[in-house]
Unconditional design. Structure first.
Length: 314
């Protein structure tokens, strides 16, 4: 039996200033509906107001962060909430910052022995040059999500244009070798990996349209992989979650290369969170429906809040 009073007033943080605002609004609205079905008092913050001002204006007991991209996933809103001593869902300040930074996180993954595609990083003052590995390559902003600003470059002629497109979103860009293979994702929930999902995009890769336009991708849950391969992919996702210091949940994007090697691309500390998003799909496949998943994350937020108030970290 759920006691809604134990959560007090939940502030669902949605919208925000990033390029992923539209997706964040969908995630936040879905979370609000799920929580209200259980009688929980919800205030939505960020759709029609600036997030910082809204948090300060509305008295909330716990924050459910549904902000994707900058400010939501890069540690900024987490820092604000900690300053105000408000428990919140998901990863802390540093883990959020690292997960958002594709260059910093890939270096951490490499140091942990995880396989990532060969890559180069070009800063604001650098001239973009094709790296020594062969085409095709993937060009993306270092700190952006939802495949915004991402291009797959198959000819030299396309490279400069792809770099310009990526720099519209971040002055630092990452150029990585394109790995042919199966597109997979694996979520982590409360220190346990969820079933692997195979993504089958209709486009050439899992771009913004493929992610968010209905019918542009199909999914296999769980992915039809040999059990040993599935466990290996899950271990990659779980290790990535741990080495970044993520908390409660995350979702790792992985390419199972044609060479049989799982290549870790990135970790999403606040992945899409509608009832049909990938991490909720994986949870549902093991019997955790969307409202139950939302409640689990709130419970974990309160648990971490209690630890932090007593000077510890779970």
């Amino acid at each position: 039996m759920i006691n809604p009073k134990k959560y007090g007033t939940v502030g669902v943080l949605l919208g925000g200033p990033s390029a992923e605002r539209a997706i964040s609004l969908k995630s936040g609205k879905a979370i609000s509906r799920a929580l209200r079905k259980h009688g929980i008092t919800v205030i939505e913050i960020g759709e029609n107001e600036e997030i910082r001002a809204g948090i300060r204006e509305h008295p909330i007991d716990v924050a459910f962060i549904a902000l994707h991209g900058r400010f939501g996933e890069d540690g900024q809103v987490q820092e604000l909430l900690e300053e105000m001593d408000i428990p919140y869902t998901g990863s802390g300040i540093e883990a959020s910052r690292l997960a958002m930074d594709k260059a910093a996180s890939r270096r951490i993954f490499e140091a942990a022995g995880l396989t990532v595609p060969p890559f180069r990083v070009f800063g604001p003052g650098d001239v973009c040059r094709l790296p020594p590995f062969s085409l095709p390559v993937v060009v993306k902003p270092v700190r952006e999500g939802s495949s915004i600003g991402l291009s797959v470059v198959r000819t030299r002629r396309q490279f400069a244009e792809a770099c310009t497109a990526a720099r519209r979103y971040d002055r630092t860009i990452l150029v990585g070798k394109y790995i042919p293979g199966k597109e997979l994702t694996v979520g982590v929930l409360d220190r346990e990996p969820l079933p692997v999902i195979e993504i089958i995009p209709w486009n050439q890769f899992f771009d913004y349209e493929a992610k968010y336009v209905k019918g542009k991708s199909s999914f296999k849950v769980p992915a039809p992989l040999p059990s040993s391969v599935g466990r290996k992919v899950q271990e990659v996702g779980l290790t990535a979650h741990r080495v970044l210091g993520c908390y409660a949940y995350s979702r790792a994007d992985i390419i199972l290369g044609d060479d049989g090697i799982p290549y870790l691309l990135e970790v999403n500390s606040i992945p899409g969170f509608t009832a049909t998003s990938l991490l909720p799909q994986a949870a549902r496949s093991i019997g955790i429906d969307f409202p139950a998943l939302c409640l689990r994350l709130l419970d974990l937020a309160l648990t971490r809040g209690n630890y932090r108030n007593h000077g510890g970290v779970p």
